[in-house]
Design a protein around this ligand. Sequence first.
Ligand SMILES: *[C@@H]1O[C@H](CO)[C@@H](O)[C@H](O)[C@H]1NC(C)=O
Ligand SMILES: *[C@@H]1O[C@H](CO)[C@@H](O)[C@H](O)[C@H]1NC(C)=O
Ligand SMILES: *[C@@H]1O[C@H](CO)[C@@H](O)[C@H](O)[C@H]1NC(C)=O
Ligand SMILES: [Zn+2]
Length: 249
Amino acid sequence: MLYPLSILSLLLLALIHLTHGHNQRHSHGLQPSQQILSPDSIPYQTRVFWMRKANAALAELASPCPFGAFGSVVVNHTDTSSDPKGRLVCMSVNQNMQKGNPTLHGEISEINNCSEILTAPDGDYRLSTSEALKAFSKLSLYTNAEPCPMCASAIRWSGFAECIYGTSIETLVDKGWGQISIYSYEVFEESTNLPGRTKLVPDVLANETDPFFSWQFDPQYSCPKGCVRTGEDKSCQEIERRFDRELRR
Ligand SMILES: *[C@@H]1O[C@H](CO)[C@@H](O)[C@H](O)[C@H]1NC(C)=O
Ligand SMILES: *[C@@H]1O[C@H](CO)[C@@H](O)[C@H](O)[C@H]1NC(C)=O
Ligand SMILES: *[C@@H]1O[C@H](CO)[C@@H](O)[C@H](O)[C@H]1NC(C)=O
Ligand SMILES: [Zn+2]
């Protein structure tokens, strides 16, 4: 009986650790419920694979080191027809600067892109608008940073099956980012009135997502791969773009 007992004590320890950690870090007295943080049935290596894609979306759609380095991918984990890790549906990055639209955080931009892709008349899915609205409940959103309350709310209104994040809001604040201090699990807890549930999987591969958010307010922090500090403000810039500029001079 040693084996099941030790599993039980491990679980208890994990639970104590979780509740303790969350007690310290937030203000409103809410605890993440087990419904929201239920055990993860997807292998951790699969989570890692898609979180790396969320980071890689930056280089693919913007630059390896955009200032607002928020990237995300949406995955259909029930479609394992071509890959056991699931199928990529759409990806996006923060587009505040490109569009001059302050609401286009990575996740909002991502939801817009998914709707376009799911309903495109010549696309892979060709869903009606009502089918597209329903489709979100089968999809998982991976974002390299914890959704702010605006995005967490949009994720709940979308009805995603899961939301998986890397860097926490707490870390963003530590690194100097302005944030609204409502954690995503609090928004999720307060949205149980909405249909469906969104499972929250926190702190996935934060060791690889944190560096994208660590250089902006710390001049000593090294740039993400592919970038160097340059210009008057010594911000991180993509190496190729810098060389392009120098060539043009
Ligand atoms: C996700 O995959 C399942 C199983 O293949 C499929 O029934 C469903 O339509 C897919 N949804 C989207 C949005 O691709
Ligand atoms: C939307 O997602 C697709 C597929 O992942 C990607 O090729 C495209 O660049 C994305 N568009 C935007 C605006 O993010
Ligand atoms: C980050 O941590 C994961 C284990 O969670 C490990 O597999 C990965 O190699 C680490 N990444 C780096 C860059 O050290
Ligand atoms: Zn946001």
